[in-house]
Design a protein around this ligand. Sequence first.
Ligand code: AMP
Length: 215
Amino acid sequence: MDIILLGPPGAGKGTQAGRLEDEHGMVQLSTGDMLRAAVKAGTEVGLKAKALMDAGELVPDEVVSGIIGDKLDELGPDQGVIFDGYPRTAAQAASLDEILAERNRVLSYVIELAVDEDALVERITGRFTCGKCGAGYHDTFKQPAVAGVCDVCGSTEFKRRPDDNEETVRTRMQEYRAKTAPILPIYEARGIVRKVDGMGSMAEVNDAIEAVLSL
Ligand code: AMP
């Protein structure tokens, strides 16, 4: 089963995709994670993407669609995929249709994570991760049990995304409203959109998604 998690920045797409990956053996394909890895590795894609990402603007469609196609080719045909942060424009949605059709894959659902936008800025600007194992934390909602020490691996190094500052978050929201939200009707017309309340606890949102997917 292949699904898309769609929602504005901070809606919880990455968190929920991670849970589906851990609990149900699906594979999360996050274009944001792939681009950050490319920036870190200093590849050509990374060099093209960095300034746009730092400004909160979208990376060109052909760049992200190319990396998604390549990643899918590394997976077996029966491996269920969660698209996280892709597609983000109508052109990407059209590319995804082609990419899936070429590989005989079918998109089962688009899960729309509905959130209150005012809460998102606080959600995003407070988040940080363990620099070693990647476990996620939050200044207000989820501090490590022992201050400054990762609950999972004990590391004392933490990091924040450079684009998780208020100004960039506002631009990312605008990009979402202008370019990403308009792709929902494409999938609504196919009857595969399922709206899930993204404002509940992580467990509640996870339960709601599992109910949709009958997992
Ligand atoms: P994310 O981790 O999904 O919030 O993405 C972080 C940043 O990576 C975005 O603000 C964009 O600059 C870039 N990005 C990630 N996915 C895409 C995409 N599908 N299309 C264009 N840009 C993207």
